[in-house]
Design a protein around this ligand. Structure first.
Ligand code: UDP
Ligand code: MG
Length: 346
């Protein structure tokens, strides 16, 4: 907690959007008025929208927003890379100040941003919103989400706060730390937890979507959970070993019993059903273990290819900011920049 974000803090709100043309204008109006109100507190707010390869006019909606607000920067990816990559792309573009991550659909209320900033000013590096209520989400989604966080807690050594999504503020040094993690399989909640630093949580009620529909169906959520577990835990691999050892022990005991039985009472050719049962059972166990190894091997393979995490189609810096040269880190030093970058990268 060695930064002093007390004066002239700079904050960039990063919003990843995939097919959110309907909701963006409403959302932007809310963000803009929140940022306006924070100016008096010495917070210079900006917004960065990332179009994650939408094909419903999201990019046009973003351009319309940007032409009416000089604080808005736009980034468009070459195709849909998924929310995690889109967020990474956005965070990579922030030159200084803190980052505030927000969902495009209004489920994370922008009106709460001042609370996040207040915590940041108290010295916290990772201020995350913790959901107390999830509006407009069925019981099944809520129950599976609940179970997921518990399972993760048992399996992973990395602390991952319960019921916490991507709605959060990252201080400059937390942002710098996060940007060093370049793995392809990005389970963001885990990555945030991994970097550590001072954490604070802000309880909030997750509202229903403003419009449109969720991009995360059950299959996608299941894969997301797999991603989380395999990225942050090797416990399943160990489980496979124990399962193997257990079955081998049982099989051995059973073999001893069969041999003893044959020696004592002779072997009247029987046992077809038992044999089938044993063969099928062992075959099943082996396939499960192989599949598990395959999950990890596949991820290792993808990491080894070293592809970039995303590709950019176009980048449009915020006009209100361009005079201050977003691209050069060694450029003219700005007073307020020095004020908040104190803890960065050290
Ligand atoms: N999103 C994205 N790329 C994707 C899927 C989703 O950028 O491939 C964005 C989406 O536009 C939204 C956020 O990620 O801003 C959360 O998505 P969604 O609301 O569909 O998820 P849910 O809130 O249902 O978990
Ligand atoms: Mg949503």
């Amino acid at each position: 907690m060695n930064q002093d974000p007390s004066r002239n803090a700079r904050l960039t709100v990063v919003v990843a959007a995939f097919d959110e043309a309907d909701v963006l204008p409403t959302l932007h109006a809310r963000i803009a008025s929140t940022l306006d109100a924070m100016l008096d507190d010495g917070v210079e707010g900006r917004v960065l929208y990332v179009d994650d390869g939408s094909d419903d006019g999201t990019w046009q909606a973003m351009q319309a927003i940007a032409s009416g607000d000089v604080r808005v920067a736009l980034l468009r990816l070459s195709r849909n890379f998924g929310k995690e990559a889109a967020l990474t792309a956005g965070l990579d573009r922030i030159e200084d100040g803190a980052a505030m991550i927000l969902d495009a659909d209004g489920q994370d209320p922008p009106e709460l941003i001042p609370q996040f900033v207040a915590k940041w000013r108290e010295g916290y590096d990772d201020v995350h919103g913790t959901r107390t209520v999830r509006e407009g989400e069925g019981w099944l989604k809520r129950a599976t989400a609940h179970a997921f966080y518990r399972v993760m807690r048992y399996l992973s050594k990395t602390p991952i706060p319960t019921d916490t999504g991507d709605f959060r503020l990252l201080s400059p040094r937390a942002l710098t730390a996060l940007r060093q993690l370049r793995e392809r399989h990005r389970f963001m909640k885990g990555l945030f937890g991994w970097i550590g630093f001072e954490q604070a949580s802000i309880p909030y009620e997750r509202e229903a979507r403003l419009g449109g529909s969720s991009k995360f169906n059950f299959w996608r959520l299941w894969n997301f959970a797999l991603e989380g577990i395999t990225s942050f835990s090797t416990a399943p691999l160990r489980l496979a070993t124990y399962l193997g050892v257990l079955t081998a022990l049982l099989a051995f005991a059973y073999a001893v019993w069969i041999v003893a039985k044959a020696l004592l009472w002779g072997d009247a050719v029987a046992g077809w059903p038992t044999m089938m049962a044993v063969i099928l059972f062992l075959g099943g166990v082996q396939l499960v273990a192989l599949g598990l190894i395959g999950e990890y091997l596949g991820r290792l393979y993808e990491e080894s290819k070293q592809r970039p995490l995303y590709l950019v189609d176009s980048w449009r810096p915020a006009p209100g900011v361009s005079s201050q040269q977003v691209h050069s880190t060694q450029g003219e030093a700005h007073a307020h920049r020095a004020a908040i970058a104190g803890g960065e990268g050290t």
